[in-house]
Design a protein. Sequence first.
Length: 96
Amino acid sequence: MVTTESVTIRVPVGMAKYITAGNSQSELTRNALLLYPYILNQTISHGAAAEILGIRKSELIDIYDKLGYSYLDMTMNDLDSELETFRQLKKKEAAV
C-alpha cells in the first residue's frame, strides 16, 4: 500500500466534479495522468512513476496504453530502419 497525502490544486469550477474521489482504479488513472507530463519531459522515468504509484512499470504502461499514450514513440519508418540495421549487424556477426 502506498502512503498518500492530500494536496490542494486549483482547477476550473466545471472540472471539480470530475476529479472528486472515486473508485481506486479511477484515482490510479488520474494520478498516472498527473505524472505523465514529467515522464514526457524526462524528469522521471516510467519505472519511477510506477514506484510512486505503488504499481509495476508494466501496469503503468498498460494504463497509458489504454488511454492512447504509447510507450514507444517510434514511427513505423523508424522501426523499419532499426530492424534493417539489426539485420545488417546480424549478417556481419554471422560472417565473422
